[in-house]
Design a protein around this ligand. Sequence first.
Ligand code: AMP
Ligand code: MG
Length: 332
Amino acid sequence: MKILSIETSCDETAVAVTEGRVVLSSVINSQTEIHKKYGGVVPEIASREHTLAIDAVTRTALKEAGLDFKDISAIAVTYGAGLLGALLVGVSYAKGLAYALNIPLYAVNHLKGHISANYIANKDLKPPFITLLASGGHTQILKVNALNDIEILGETVDDSAGEAFDKVARVLGLPYPGGPEIEKLAKFGSPDYVLPRAFKNENHLNFSFSGIKTAVINLVTKIERGGGVVNKANLASSFQSEVCEILTKNTVQGAKNSNISTVTLAGGVGANGYLRDLLSAECKKAGLTLLLPPKHLCTDNGAMIGVCAHEEIQIGAKPADLSLDANPSARV
Ligand code: AMP
Ligand code: MG
């Protein structure tokens, strides 16, 4: 069954064709360059750009797979979480396509899509497993018993990890999106600045990243008011190592608490090399098997949505009808 999948939850218009866990084509039209000048995603602009791009991206995805609309058996689309106007473009287009082609439409949760990127990278992966989901909108440690049975073991109580990377990058004068910029700069520094850790002595797996963000802002202000110069590479390195350490510590603890030996990674922050290395080392120490999806499958893409729909169909997911609506705050 060949699935055409559509993802427009944020600033990527992404369409893929998948069959089972195999990706036949995956086309991503990123709007990063457009939003860069505003320092972040402007929702209204994102929706308009999706509208302009979606048909061409879809046709390119079909062409790259060597297929035609008539070869597609089902449509999958992200219905949430994400930006309302952006989601609506994908949902409306997907509904129109499913109706015109007279094929089923599957509504996919964006977060379950991120988790499913691991099925593309590891064709034999089966639940239960632990997923560290760290993206621009979410930071959660998940116990995946099945795609329709996910327990949240810990999550952020304020900013997501990606948001913290983006905000700290802005303070350091780096462009949007900040995560990759901090990673690049941190390579030239060492983690010499001491930054606070939230929930240090508490016995749960939740995160809080707003304190560390404020600490970075205060530190920069204090140094600059005193006539000093911030060592930006060292600050980027200190921030990155602190965030990655707490993400890693809680993930390993979550796996140990649940007696689950397979750990996976998902979401844009999962593309961070420092996090991938640290998580690999700590999982190894703890006797856990870590499966890392390639970096291009951590950030938003259509293929993860198609594969998620395929996995959900295997466990009884039913098609959506044409009343399907976008849900900006959908949970796992
Ligand atoms: P997503 O919401 O899954 O599309 O992920 C986007 C978020 O991932 C943004 O906040 C980015 O700054 C962040 N991100 C992307 N690449 C990296 C990286 N190499 N290091 C840290 N954060 C990253
Ligand atoms: Mg995402």
